[in-house]
Design a binder for this molecule. Structure first.
Ligand SMILES: [Zn+2]
Length: 396
């Protein structure tokens, strides 16, 4: 992966990376940025075009691109598959290489459904989505990779969950074999908050170079973006905000086994439990809670606002330490964005240093409820179009 902005990879894959990230748009740009001769650039561009990865000037003119000299990744050179698995819902989708969803579907499942029961269904759904894209006799689109996400910690190297307390029956289960009936493309696994962050960084100018990305859902987690990059990217874990000890939680027992965690007073699972204890058997998931709050249910509104206040107290520490420009809020609680952030702002501004909090902006996740799915697609595209992966594809 090209990580240093001053170092330039001069392989064909490196050139495609320059075009894809907007640093180059023409052969002349590529000559200037790489120091390669015009002939060398032409040969590499030719190889990329022959592999169907590049669109050149003439092809672009009709779509309003710059004439003659312009070069661009062909977003239809292949597709990636995205799978975002949550505690009680799975989303699957097919995306083009520009990160646009071509087809997708969402289904609920019983909380606690294990990998062995869910993954064959996921594979079947992906298969039908792919079949639906083409005429019956035509070949399927070229699948370049699969991006998959799970709540909890995962091991990206082996594509297995390592510590998913809300996902019984997933830890240690190899997931890639379940997808082999659909594709033999590489399967990349990351955790749900990491892919949420990716969805904010992929193919667009992010809301801010320094920001916090809060996933407020069944659990509570935090991704830290510093200078446009996710801190700890590729480790398969994100900030365990929800398991920070807070005074208000007293000795309440958390799902992690400890007591006094923030999640016990502000996590979706705890809020749902509170409503159920109060006799609200219609509330089964934090999505139900958010929907009730939006519909004006006073109990649900109160719970979400209070959860926001608890969250804001802990977030204030992160804001003091990191001075982010923005907090992006995603996850199922973010459906009731205004309510939740009203609570967060209240306590955060009371606790954080004014210099750190004054200009802080709160914004909802760009892709809303589909943010995780978009992030899974971004993961697969970034891996598939990594310069080394592209060079390997060209050698085949
Ligand atoms: Zn905990």
């Amino acid at each position: 992966m090209v990580t240093d902005e001053t170092w330039v990879d001069t392989s064909p894959g490196g050139l495609l990376h320059l075009l894809r990230t907007g640093r180059a748009a023409t052969r002349a740009d590529l000559v200037r940025l790489t120091g390669l001769s015009r002939g060398a650039v032409t040969a590499r561009v030719g190889a990329l075009a022959a592999a169907g990865l590049l669109l050149e000037g003439a092809d672009l003119a009709s779509t309003g691109g710059r004439p003659a000299a312009a070069l661009r990744l062909d977003p239809d050179a292949g597709v990636v598959l995205a799978v975002a698995v949550g505690r009680s819902r799975s989303q699957v989708g097919v995306f083009d290489l520009a990160g646009r969803e071509v087809a997708g579907d969402t289904r609920d499942h019983e909380p606690g459904t294990g990998a062995r029961d869910l993954m064959p269904d996921v594979a079947a759904r992906l298969g039908s989505l792919l079949d639906g894209l083409v005429a019956p006799s035509a070949p399927r689109a070229r699948v370049l990779g699969v991006g998959l996400s799970l709540p909890g910690s995962v091991d990206p190297a082996t594509a297995t969950a390592t510590d998913a307390p809300v996902m019984r029956g997933w830890d240690g289960v190899a997931l890639a074999p379940y997808l082999s009936p659909v594709t033999d493309a590489p399967v990349h696994l990351d955790n749900d908050t990491s892919v949420l962050v990716r969805s904010e960084l992929f193919g667009r100018v992010p809301v801010a170079r320094d920001m916090l990305v809060l996933k407020a859902s069944t659990g509570l987690a935090l991704g830290i973006v510093a200078d446009g990059r996710l801190v700890g990217e590729g480790r398969g874990t994100t900030g365990e905000l929800g398991h920070t000890r807070v005074e208000e939680a007293g000795d309440l027992l958390c799902r992690c086994g400890a007591t006094g965690c923030l999640e016990t007073v502000a996590g979706g699972w705890a809020l749902v439990a509170r409503l159920q204890e109060a006799g609200r058997s219609d509330v089964r998931h934090v999505r139900d809670l958010a929907a009730l709050a939006l519909a004006g249910d006073p109990e649900a509104r109160q719970l979400l606002r209070e959860a926001g206040r608890h969250l804001g107290e802990t977030l204030a520490v992160a804001v003091n330490l990191l001075h982010p420009e923005a907090v992006v809020v995603g996850g199922d609680m973010a459906t009731a964005f205004d309510l939740l952030t009203a609570g967060i702002r209240e306590s955060l501004h009371a606790r954080a240093h004014p210099a750190a909090a004054r200009a802080l902006r709160f914004v909802p996740a760009t892709h809303g409820e589909a943010a995780g799915l978009h992030g899974c697609a971004a993961l697969a595209i970034d891996r598939a179009l990594d310069p080394r992966a592209v060079d390997a594809l060209l050698r085949e």
